[in-house]
Design a protein around this ligand. Structure first.
Ligand code: IDC
Length: 436
């Protein structure tokens, strides 16, 4: 099986996720989101919508948005119907050959705050919700003192953290053996509340992760831990997380341009800032002995510069040999990859759906994609396994399949993938995909 999807044997070593055959695993995919944030906590997707992620677009993964409020609406009462509906979608993902990273999402703490999602109402005082005044832009609602107070409660109340960990443990017990699940993203964009910028991660977030991760792994020992920095990282503050007392960690920050996030479109002059920030994130990942995966990047698809913006993000991730997950697989006129009527946003998918190495049987030195000329190039040093290197070659860039140039290797094209076998171990390999 050139693209095994079962997760046993997956681990993090030397800055990469690796499979059981010791190949580097590069995740590329979409956030499976949209209305996952609001009741009934799922969106329009059916099985064919999941299948096309791999077959049409060439992705190998999804970040799956979960909501604590959906799982545990009343304290200690877990919603089995919710878990069953999650399982159905995980089954679709597995059938499609996609790896899933489960993400316990939140924005603005929880639905107690108008426009927010995540934590159940019972986790904070009702008076906080009543006193809240929503801001004009959703992310500015974080500044409301009532939102801050609820986060402060979470970071300072061990019983509440234990409840959060227990909810995750229910998910872990339920899906530990599900072959699609690769790991868990403990909490989306942890917000510091009233903690200090340099103290939050060190004194509150780090111990929180060190409490939750073992509780999950008690049930799902092989799940990779995808750990995000403070949401202040989005504003450029370097992380102060330090190496964890457990392994198999993937550093899981987000990459956004703040002007674009504020609705101003993307100024192509900001491309270099995206490349530089991605390099800084890769340095942070190395310091944590973690792999790097950008759990969210994306933009308002109708705003100026979206193609340049997403190209910059993917060029930056390629330069750092990192995984990515686009925000999001929605059907809307915002960030979604589909229009409201369900048709593809061809310009956006034309950028997102591009060649990348899914598995590398050796040590990668560099890869890149020139979207104008349609030239993809990967260089690596073959090592350790006879299993093939697998390159995704989406149909939209290579109609009828790519032309392959192989130095130090042989290649076969199978559907929208290229399987590359090195001629000799320890030798340099160069693979080039070209349009016919
Ligand atoms: C956005 C959705 C938007 C929704 C908002 C609040 O696109 O429809 O109104 O959340 O729920 C993030 C968050 C992610 C955001 C995304 C885009 O993790 O939930 O989705 N984003 O703004 N951080 C930075 C950007």
């Amino acid at each position: 099986d050139p693209t095994p999807t079962a997760t046993p044997g997956m681990r993090v070593e030397g800055g990469f996720i690796r499979d059981a055959l010791n190949r580097e695993v590069i995740l590329r995919g979409l956030n499976f989101s949209g209305d996952h944030k609001v009741p009934p906590y799922f969106d329009f997707h059916t099985q064919p919508d999941v299948t096309r992620m791999r077959d049409d677009w060439g992705f190998n993964s999804m970040r799956f948005v979960l909501e604590w409020v959906a799982l545990e609406p009343q304290r200690g009462a877990y919603d089995r119907d919710y878990l069953a509906a999650v399982r159905q979608r995980l089954d679709w993902a597995h059938a499609a050959g996609l790896h899933v990273v489960l993400d316990m999402h939140q924005d603005v703490y929880g639905p107690g705050f108008l426009g927010g999602n995540g934590a159940p109402l019972w986790t904070c005082d009702a008076s906080r919700y009543a006193a809240f005044v929503p801001a004009a832009q959703w992310f500015l609602s974080y500044l409301d003192p009532n939102v801050t107070a609820c986060f402060d409660d979470l970071w300072n109340t061990i019983a509440l953290q234990d409840a959060f960990a227990a909810a995750w443990a229910v998910v872990a017990a339920e899906f530990a053996d599900h072959p699609a699940v690769l790991g868990f993203d403990v909490l989306n964009e942890p917000y510091l509340g009233s903690a200090s910028l340099d103290g939050f991660e060190r004194d509150l977030l780090q111990p929180f992760y060190e409490r939750v991760v073992p509780a999950v792994r008690a049930h799902a020992p092989h799940w990779l831990a995808f750990l995000e920095p403070s949401s202040m990282r989005n504003l450029g503050w370097p992380t102060t997380l330090s190496p964890f007392p457990f392994g198999d960690v993937v550093y899981a920050p987000h990459s956004y341009d703040n002007e674009a996030e504020q609705g101003m479109g993307f100024d192509p002059a900001r491309r270099q800032a995206i490349l530089d920030n991605m390099a800084a994130l890769a340095t942070e990942a190395r310091a944590l002995d973690a792999a790097l995966w950008i759990g969210e990047y994306g933009g308002q698809t109708s705003h100026a510069g979206i193609v340049e913006y997403m190209t910059a993000e993917l060029d930056a991730a390629d330069a750092q040999l990192a995984g990515t997950s686009y925000w999001h697989y929605g059907r809307d006129e915002g960030y979604g990859v589909l229009h409201e009527d369900g048709t593809e946003k061809a310009d956006v998918l034309g950028v997102l759906s591009r060649p990348y190495p899914q598995r590398i049987a050796g040590t990668p030195t560099v890869w890149s994609f020139d979207s104008v000329g349609g030239v993809f190039e990967l260089r690596f040093t073959a090592a350790g396994t006879a299993a093939p290197t697998v390159v995704s070659a989406p149909e939209r860039h290579y109609p009828g399949g790519p032309r392959v140039e192989c130095v130090g290797c042989t290649a076969v094209v199978e559907g929208n993938q290229v399987l590359v076998t090195a001629t000799s171990q320890g030798a340099p390999v160069t693979v080039r995909l070209l349009r016919r």
